[in-house]
Design a protein around this ligand. Structure first.
Ligand code: AMP
Ligand code: TRP
Length: 337
């Protein structure tokens, strides 16, 4: 069975529904999702199966899934143009994940830095799912014959592995999968923690380290005022020596469209209080409209339900076709229609 000719190139990306989505998720990923939705054929998934590689409270996870979907919609993703759905509702992710496990080496997986970080952080639960997490991610991407994957810099290594797996599979069975490319934001591919600007901003860190997309304006301002900078008043982009200031400058340039030079010319020497307030104004002006939309959408449960059902049906149709092909190539029993 041949793949359908695709008019538009295909995009796939996923976000884990754990905790609160952050400004890092927004700048590194979500913002690009809506920017790309007109030119590409896009699937955006709430990857709940990835989330359970770390122990989750079931009721919280369920809520976080819906919250994440409402944030996707509130940030401007059109559910008609894009397929927005929950990963676990399309069972072919798990099916292809298993198959690709058989084409991935232990050595490759043990080099993954996210596995090393997460197993250090969750030393009491270093489960096999945490280890094979990148294979499930490769399955997510390849299941839809994806060409382009918008992600932040921290996912680059996982994407490389997905490319290697695709190439390995193709070398054995002919051109089955396109080899996916990453799409990284020019500024803001790695937003750093407000309290330790040498580490990435992460939703699993303490509250004061990140700005959540749903943080109210006064909270955003307070967190930014307390962000770690340094002891002089220079606003210059020097990530090595001034990582805190460089991070705030990245946030501002990413959100305002101003260049680093423009930001520097405007705020250098004025004191960090003034600069931090300006960054807060900028962040609030972007997040406040999203929050208003979020409040509206999340009150409409019937609408969310409808997006969920339509997303999973549309995703499953594509996934089913891919699996017919993959199963045939590998030699598994044919599915009857
Ligand atoms: P996660 O929250 O780990 O599921 O990440 C979802 C998406 O957001 C991925 O594409 C990440 O690369 C991106 N992302 C997460 N944290 C950051 C950050 N601090 N800066 C830039 N992108 C990020
Ligand atoms: N691993 C990604 C993260 O933590 C989330 C993810 C899962 C993803 N599957 C994906 C991203 C497929 C892009 C494509 O950020």
């Amino acid at each position: 069975m041949e793949a359908q000719p695709q008019v538009k190139q295909r995009i796939f990306s996923g976000i884990q529904p754990t905790g609160n989505l952050t400004l890092g998720n927004y700048i590194g990923a979500l913002r690009n999702f809506s920017a790309l939705q007109n030119e590409y054929d896009c699937l955006y998934s709430i990857v709940d199966m990835h989330a359970i590689t770390v122990r989750q409270n079931p009721a919280e996870l369920r809520k976080a899934c819906l919250r994440t979907m409402a944030i996707f919609l509130a940030s401007g993703l059109d559910p008609e143009k894009n397929i927005i759905y929950f990963q676990s509702q399309v069972s072919q992710h798990a099916e292809l994940g298993w198959i690709l496990n058989c084409f991935t080496y232990m050595g490759e997986l043990s080099r993954m830095t996210q596995f090393k970080d997460k197993s250090a952080k969750h030393a009491d639960n270093i489960n096999a799912g945490l280890f094979t997490y990148p294979v499930l991610m490769a399955a997510d991407i390849l299941l839809y014959m994806t060409n382009l994957v918008p992600i932040g810099a921290d996912q680059k290594q996982h994407l490389e592995l997905a490319r290697d797996i695709a190439q390995r599979f193709n070398a054995l069975y002919g051109d089955v999968f396109p080899v996916p490319e990453g799409y990284f934001p020019k500024v803001g591919a790695r937003i750093m923690s407000l309290q330790d600007p040498t580490r990435k901003m992460s939703k699993s860190d303490p509250e004061e380290c990140y700005i959540a997309i749903l943080d109210k304006p006064d909270v955003i301002r307070k967190k930014l005022r307390r962000a770690v900078t340094d002891s002089d008043t220079r606003v210059v982009f020097d990530p090595e020596n001034k990582p805190g200031v460089a991070n705030l400058m990245s946030i501002m340039t990413a959100l305002s469209g101003k260049t680093m030079d423009e930001v520097s010319a405007e705020y250098d020497g004025k004191g960090y209080g003034v600069f931090k307030d300006a960054v807060a104004d900028c962040v609030i002006s972007v997040l406040e409209p999203i929050q208003n939309e979020y409040d509206r959408i999340s009150a409409d449960k019937a609408y969310l339900e409808q997006v969920m059902v339509s997303g999973r049906e549309r995703a499953a149709r594509i996934a089913y076709k891919t699996m017919l092909k993959v199963r045939k190539k590998v030699g598994l029993a044919a599915l009857t229609l």
